[in-house]
Design a protein around this ligand. Structure first.
Ligand SMILES: C[S@@+](CC[C@H](N)C(=O)[O-])C[C@H]1O[C@@H](n2cnc3c(N)ncnc32)[C@H](O)[C@@H]1O
Length: 294
């Protein structure tokens, strides 16, 4: 018996068709995304946004881009549908030891100096913030360097805060498991010391010596961060999606979250150098906050 006789053939719902958001609706979505995240969606992203939206329409059963816009704009920021939407529209590309020169500086200069200060009797406390941590590769890289470069690391109080706006990315980060592609720059010695991998399993799992230093939390960079300030902040490959106004807001919150004389590491193309008023530029990607008197 032909299958068609058994299963009534339904017409495809309109949202499955290869339809695109109109220019007017694209502008409304862009304004909504901008208000909530600081991210600029350019008109060139029309096809991309339409494809990502189509996935949300399929998931939610909402029948049009217009109706989904109305639904989304009425929801508070913490609603699970916002999390799912943000997961679709943000870029999560990351891997361990991304930008190797920065990790060389962190290990050989920054941590070597901290170790020296610790030996000389300074408080063995280190507070580091990975401010857009995506799936956790960056905070685990920080932890690897700390575990490798601070002698007697167990006698140090190291606190690594890892935040991201994306709940899905954070869930993956908390699992602290990485595929071969994400691990491609991890030195052989670090793989052996700080990760485990089942013989036939595809994933490398960070050992507790790393994960116990890290606390994960959802946070939008457009909001201030509560809590004590940090010695060092990593803010990499995120503000490239922001316009100058949003960057200024993020920089204001970041500045408040860094201790006097504390350091900020950015991506090479972050485009915040000119906005960091009073900071000393030590490298194109490394900035020192002024001390109390400055
Ligand atoms: C390309 S990843 C960068 C990951 C990592 N810092 C690196 O350089 O490899 C960008 C991350 O920024 C996050 N993001 C985008 N807008 C944000 C916002 N307003 N607040 C916090 N995180 C945001 C995204 O969810 C994404 O995980």
């Amino acid at each position: 018996m032909p299958l068609a006789d058994l299963v009534p053939i339904q017409p495809l719902p309109p949202f499955v068709a290869a339809e695109q958001v109109t220019d007017v609706l694209l502008a409304r979505y862009a304004a909504l995304i901008y208000r909530r995240t600081g991210i600029r969606v350019s008109p060139q992203k029309k096809t991309l946004l339409s494809n990502r939206l189509r996935r949300r329409l399929r998931e939610t059963g909402i029948e049009s881009f217009e109706a989904y816009y109305r639904h989304l704009s009425a929801l508070p920021p913490g609603d699970p549908e916002w999390d799912a939407f943000l997961q679709e529209i943000t870029t999560h590309e990351t891997y361990l030891f991304r930008d190797e020169a920065q990790w060389r500086w962190f290990s050989r200069d920054y941590l070597a100096q901290k170790a020296e200060e610790g030996r000389a009797g300074a408080r063995r406390v280190l507070r580091i913030w990975s401010a857009a941590c995506s799936t956790g590769d960056e905070p685990v890289t920080i932890a690897c360097c700390v575990a490798a470069c601070l002698p007697n690391v167990e006698r140090w109080n190291v606190h690594i805060l890892a935040t991201d706006i994306g709940k899905g990315a954070l869930e993956q980060a908390r699992a602290a498991a990485f595929g071969e592609r994400a691990m491609r720059l991890v030195p052989e010695e670090y793989r052996r010391r700080f990760f485990t991998k089942a013989k036939d399993g595809p994933l490398w799992h960070a050992r507790p010596v790393l994960t116990r230093m890290i606390v994960y939390r959802q946070h939008n960079l457009m909001e201030p961060l509560a809590g004590p300030p940090f010695d060092l902040v990593f803010l990499k490959n995120v503000l490239i999606y922001f316009d100058t106004e949003s960057k200024k807001t993020v920089v204001r919150h970041l500045t408040a979250a860094i201790k006097p004389e504390g350091l900020l590491v950015t991506g090479a193309a972050e485009g915040v150098g000119d906005l960091l008023k009073g900071f000393v530029r030590l490298q194109p990607w490394l900035h020192r906050k002024p001390g109390k008197q400055a």
